[in-house]
Design a protein around this ligand. Structure first.
Ligand code: NAP
Length: 312
């Protein structure tokens, strides 16, 4: 029986663990299948305070993990496959074990959205990727396409432009959504070209990807663009499949919480990107992770009839 289990090992999960440790709760993190979450897959983080020279997402998440573990967090590398939140203690099943916990913090984040076009599934791992930091190396000296116009697409296009010979950013509109500083950098980068008002209709290839079929939304014209790889950054969807019918979710599947990270079930808290946050950033995930942990401690203090906050 655990006092508090934290699902997810992104910035929200590790921060919740750090605060839970300092409240004496000895938390257990169940990592999920992407250790470090989406932040850990980010090439370069430039807007998280305290790192004036920027830091790789992988290193930042490693540091958060080390900090959480040094304070007493146990991290289990496993994935929750079923959750029963109908009564306390809450019950979780993973590939390797069963757990019971008095309080639960859900920090399961988001997963990359799929384009849903022919060839995408078939060529995933053979030219189609959702992670430039993981797979960019294989495209040294080659030509790649990045699909999307948000922060992730533009920042990862910049990263890829340091490896690939040529990077095409394919965006469905003629205006990017990404922050201005990243846009300006991408426009200045000589080997990045933008293909505006265009969508990918299919990903083509033989053994591996060799082209994308494009459709210009304005002219209706179709064309084939030869590329060796396609990196898809068209947003993400929350990892909340296990909670459908158990927690209140919004229309897009994000967990509805109040300002204190309480979900619709007492004792279950949510933090980070899996919440309906107005701003999805490492800085906001970290803040909500801290709130969720302190609220979990308050909840447990009431159960155990002990003082809150505890005397340090
Ligand atoms: P996002 O901001 O939702 O952008 C998704 C992009 O993909 C948009 O440009 C969208 O086009 C396009 N798109 C969506 N569905 C599409 C489809 N079916 N076909 C073609 N294009 C499609 O997602 P994100 O870039 O992954 O970022 C997610 C959140 O994380 C954002 O809040 C972002 O600010 C944050 N983030 C921040 C940083 C940073 O601060 N350094 C880095 C990465 C992510 P439209 O523009 O036409 O809608």
């Amino acid at each position: 029986m655990e006092k508090v289990i934290i699902m997810g090992s992104g910035p929200a999960g590790y921060t919740a663990a750090i605060y839970a440790c300092r409240a004496g709760l000895s938390p257990l993190i169940i990592s999920g299948n992407v250790l470090g979450g989406q932040a850990g897959l980010t090439a370069e983080v430039e807007n998280y305070p305290g790192f004036p020279e920027a830091i790789s997402g992988f290193e930042l998440m490693e540091r958060m993990k080390q900090q959480a573990e040094r304070l007493g967090t146990r991290v289990v590398i496993d994935e929750v496959t079923a959750a029963d939140l109908s009564s306390r203690p809450f019950k979780l099943t993973t590939h390797g074990s069963n757990y019971e916990t008095e309080a639960l913090i859900i920090a399961t984040g988001v997963a990359p959205r799929k384009l849903g076009v022919p060839g995408e599934k078939e060529y995933t791992g053979r030219g189609v990727s959702y992670c430039a930091t993981c797979d960019g190396f294989f495209y040294k000296g080659k030509t790649v396409a990045v699909v999307g116009g948000g922060d992730a697409a533009v920042e990862e296009a910049l990263y890829l432009s340091r490896l690939a010979d040529k990077v095409y950013v394919i965006h469905r509109r003629n205006r990017l959504r990404a922050q201005q500083i990243a846009q300006d950098r991408a426009r200045r980068r000589e080997n990045i070209s933008f293909i505006w008002n265009s969508v990918v209709r299919a990903i083509l290839g033989a053994e591996t990807v060799n082209a994308v079929l494009l459709n210009n939304m304005e002219s209706g014209e179709e064309s084939t663009l030869p590329v060796d790889g396609v990196f898809i950054y068209i947003g993400s969807d929350p990892n909340t499949r296990l909670f459908v019918g158990q927690l209140e979710l919004d229309a897009n599947g994000y967990i509805v919480t109040d300002r204190r990270c309480h979900t619709s079930v007492p004792g279950v808290f949510a933090a980070g990107d899996v919440q309906e946050l107005v701003l999805k950033q490492i800085a906001t995930a970290v803040g909500t992770g801290a709130i969720a942990a302190m609220e979990a401690d308050k909840f447990l203090a009431e159960l155990e009839d002990r003082a809150y906050p505890p005397r340090q």
